[in-house]
Design a protein around this ligand. Sequence first.
Ligand code: NAD
Length: 286
Amino acid sequence: GEGAKSLGVAAELYDSFADIGAHRHDLVVGFGGGVITDLSGYVASTYHRGMAVAHVPTTLLGQVDAAIGGKTGVNLSYGKNLIGTIHQPTAVICDVAFLSTLPGPELVSGMAEVIKAGLIGDEQLLDLVTSRAGDLLAQDPELLIATVASAAGIKASIAAEDPHERGRRAVLNYGHTFAHAIEHAASFKGIRHGEAVSIGMMCAAYVAAELGRIDGACVESHARALRAYGLPTSAALDLETLERAWKHDKKYDKGVRFVLLNGPAHPEAGVAVPRPAIERALERMA
Ligand SMILES: NC(=O)c1ccc[n+]([C@@H]2O[C@H](COP(=O)([O-])OP(=O)(O)OC[C@H]3O[C@@H](n4cnc5c(N)ncnc54)[C@H](O)[C@@H]3O)[C@@H](O)[C@H]2O)c1
């Protein structure tokens, strides 16, 4: 669980590496969900000033998101992922057979990130996951392989363009500015990350529509895809509560910045939004 992403567990791993005489030319293998790939990546990047790491992600979120792109991290009591490095894995091996034992809600939560990949980068992927939700939830193997490959490919190509997030990589945070604030306000209890991302992407869609960047059909394509997986598309959100959380956001830069679409699969990062547009978007979310 998330509790394993700590400096304490990292220290235990360093000691075990020392015990077994691990050397900087050895390979660390991160086998598990995003928690494990974040933690093992962090430990690999710091032990002996950096060892190679390969990931074998076993959750959908790990396969399409967490294991790819080189961000590693552990949490502090002050917040998530406050300590971390960028350390690219030597290999990421995704086998969808691992997903057969994944609890349904974890699969659905990962689907929110797949839908995000479609919304920011691939209209065909978005159409596929919208129209074949039943088959994907039933884990049709061929369909799952194609879906994981497309979504992972989008993340990998965007992260490769901008590994240190100086610009374009920020588009991967689509829906996440709202999602992180929602999770923060809920103290990370009672809401899964995928559900918060789902609500966050709907908020971002309404904001973009308010600013005339996308039309109603594009907003509807968000809702159709998310609803197909039973992900939430409405919520009663209080702007002042969100604003308090945004002040602590790593990406806060003289005000909160959003990733918005300028049309299907045309994201733009770093957009400052006038407060009334956010207010109106939140009214549409209620
Ligand atoms: N580094 C990045 O770019 C990045 C991106 C997104 C998320 N993350 C991080 O990823 C983490 C979330 O990852 P997650 O959603 O994979 O959660 P997780 O790693 O906590 O796994 C979810 C649960 O599923 C279990 N599990 C894992 N594989 C399983 C399988 N095949 N069958 C049955 N159960 C299985 C785990 O033990 C855990 O209880 C967060 O810490 C988040 O910060 C990192």
